[in-house]
Design a protein around this ligand. Sequence first.
Ligand SMILES: Cc1cc2nc3c(=O)[nH]c(=O)nc-3n(C[C@H](O)[C@H](O)[C@H](O)COP(=O)(O)OP(=O)(O)OC[C@H]3O[C@@H](n4cnc5c(N)ncnc54)[C@H](O)[C@@H]3O)c2cc1C
Length: 383
Amino acid sequence: MSSKKLTYDVCIIGAGVAGCATAIALKNKAPHLSVAIIERTCDIRYKNISSQRIGETIPPQTSQQLQQLGIWDSFMKCNFKQSFGTSASWGSCQLYHNEYMYSPYGYGWHLDRLAFDEFMINETQKRGVSIHFENSITSSENEDKFWYLKTISNQEQTLIKSRFIIDATGKKAAFSSLQKSIKIKEDQMVGIYCFYDIPDHTKDSLGLGTGTCVETDVNGWWYSSILPNKKLVISYMTDADIAKNIQIRKTYNFTKFLSDTTYTSSRTINLKSSIEPKIIAAHTQYLNTVIGNGWLAVGDAASSYDPISSLGIFKSLIMSQFAAYATFDFLKGDDTGLKKYQHIIMQDYKGYLKKRQEYYAQEKRYINSLFWERRHQLSTITN
Ligand SMILES: Cc1cc2nc3c(=O)[nH]c(=O)nc-3n(C[C@H](O)[C@H](O)[C@H](O)COP(=O)(O)OP(=O)(O)OC[C@H]3O[C@@H](n4cnc5c(N)ncnc54)[C@H](O)[C@@H]3O)c2cc1C
């Protein structure tokens, strides 16, 4: 096995939206910094991917963050589908529409998530950031103001020396956990999702227009969204134990529960699913501390929100810029930026918890349901 040594000012772990956005923000602020990303998986651009990624609706205010990162023009060239609002049957069997019409930022988007993640990687590399794909960290040590990370890929070991580490590993918060930061998991929500192919001729006849539709039932809630790549995504959000009890990962059961819905099922008439139902963690979580000596966590690694908020990507984009400021200050010898960063993450998280509680409280129809009982007991952080 061969080995090599590399040195960077900043090493980011995870090439998701948060990792890439933080790298872009850092290079915008200080082009002289050497920045690298270590990514566990292979380069999605060269993988023959039959599966899809989930997490695809972004609100209008995201345009601000894309502009501030300097990637707005390239984003617009991706031709993602405009979103003018969402429809919801939540708290009542009536469908009501929440239009973005009154948003000062205009409309939002439905992303082809794989294409969006590829776009972020391209923009990151354009700015001179090295991305090491298929690399996993085997150890980390801090000595004399430097981090030493050992990584391993197929046949190569690398020793990375870096002044600052950014944990952007998503809900895993892999690096922060190694630094003894504690993940506080607030619920056990999961998403069970399927993609449906939309043939050209049925595109315009799908019910409920083109937006995202949300609909509750006794064990959780459904969302469906029409994507730019001629796909319809349908996801059922419930708790992990309930998903297991009702065996909703089985195609037969997924289809059966879906057929009991009023609005969501009307979108799949005559459509064929392109994959078996898949499951993904979707719980709310935060780290008790998102900073340490020479490191910070960003994106879902720092705090992750219920998909009902549709805020995961927006939050990653906005927090990446605060993360870049804090990192830059630390490299100049000032760690007050890190403390401010921790405060901002917690304030945002508290605001989110309050909104989440208020939103779930609006659905009062399923009084004997475990899922809804849990949602009506959601806590917030007041101090
Ligand atoms: C069902 C569902 C629906 C959602 N819907 C929406 C939505 O409509 N709108 C929205 O804005 N958000 C949505 N989200 C949330 C959104 O997808 C996330 O908030 C966002 O992807 C977080 O980005 P991230 O970069 O922090 O983490 P991730 O996207 O999880 O990226 C983390 C990266 O780190 C890599 N990694 C992990 N561990 C290691 C390691 N040890 N070493 C190296 N690399 C590692 C991973 O391979 C990955 O590439 C949804 C989430 C779920 C589960």
